[in-house]
Design a protein around this ligand. Structure first.
Ligand code: ATP
Ligand code: MG
Length: 283
């Protein structure tokens, strides 16, 4: 029986050689908890700090892809081609509208192909991990956005965090009680792969320990002065997994969407941007 991860598992203890790609998957099977917002903000925080960043869109609604200025109806290739082994990952990557961020885009085809992908060996879950391992361009950071469920595409994202041996799963959790249910479900998905991926880790893997890792729970859309938020954060702390800095609720996040940037590029001094930068610093 897998043990729930303990607090000491925070990923900040990982060595930081420049040539290792860190792979993070942002997941929660509840919708609207801030997964895509978090991917964008963390990716732009790292890009603005001078790192090479790739974001991978595993959500067929393609919100991340569209936010990066890409017309999802005009794509020649998309991430489903990689998962079906039709294209290499490097062949689907394009440049998005935010400087320093490349994107492996998604579109509606991904939803149509999900069943075919999950019928592949090992449920297709290894496909992205292997694609990242054979990527010929170096990225310092890869952030993977996932749909709001715990099905094949989310599992593919979770498994891919073991590609280089450095990275993990970030669990955004909106400050309301139903979000905690989604959190438990996704933690169980992560734990279900523990011990099964060791042979796919690179031989020179710098980190020993259980894989896939949970980086921590990221409380999102928090209104610090509200009793509910305080209670939810207290409940999250009891889940016995690391708690990342809390992201406050702010209208600036909605405004940033219209600007085509993340909150980091749109309003770097706003409270949620400062909080996301704090999170980015431990990745
Ligand atoms: N800190 C915040 N303050 C205010 N609004 C926010 C904040 N974070 C996210 N939002 C808003 O909440 C909505 C949902 O966010 P987002 O799309 O990132 O969630 P998601 O988990 O990716 O959703 P889905 O499950 O549908 O993919 C968006 O309209 C976004 O602008
Ligand atoms: Mg989303």
């Amino acid at each position: 029986m897998n043990q729930r991860p303990k607090l000491k598992e925070v990923s900040a203890d990982i060595p930081s050689p420049k040539d290792i790609t860190r792979v993070y998957c942002v997941a929660n099977n509840k919708g609207g908890v801030g997964k895509t917002t978090s991917v964008l903000a963390l990716a732009e925080a790292k890009a603005m700090a001078g790192f090479n960043v790739l974001v991978i869109d595993l959500d067929a609604t393609a919100v991340l892809t569209v936010h990066l200025g890409i017309d999802r109806t005009e794509l020649q290739r998309d991430i489903s081609d990689v998962l079906l082994e039709i294209s290499k990952l490097s062949e689907v990557i394009i440049t998005g509208s935010i400087p320093g961020i490349d994107v492996a885009p998604s579109c509606a085809r991904l939803r149509q192909q999900e069943r075919t992908i999950s019928a592949k060996n090992f449920g297709g879950e290894l496909q992205l991990l292997l694609a990242i391992q054979s990527l010929d361009k170096h990225y310092d950071y890869i952030f993977i956005d996932t749909p709001p469920n715990s099905d094949t595409l989310v599992r593919i994202g979770v498994v891919a965090t073991a590609a280089t041996g450095v990275g993990g799963v970030i669990l955004p959790c909106q400050s309301e009680f139903y979000a905690l249910l989604g959190l438990r479900d996704i933690m169980d998905v992560v734990l279900s792969y523990r011990g099964k991926l060791d042979r796919f880790l690179p031989p020179d893997c710098p980190v020993m320990g259980p894989y896939p890792r949970i980086v921590g729970v990221l409380p999102t859309m928090a209104a610090e002065r509200q009793k509910l938020t305080r209670n939810v954060i207290a409940a999250i702390s009891k889940v016995e997994c690391p708690l990342l800095p809390t992201i406050p609720r702010s209208v600036k996040i909605g405004e940033s969407i219209a600007s085509g940037r993340s909150i980091i590029g749109y309003a770097p001094d706003a409270a949620p941007a400062r909080a996301y930068i704090q999170v980015a610093e431990v990745l």
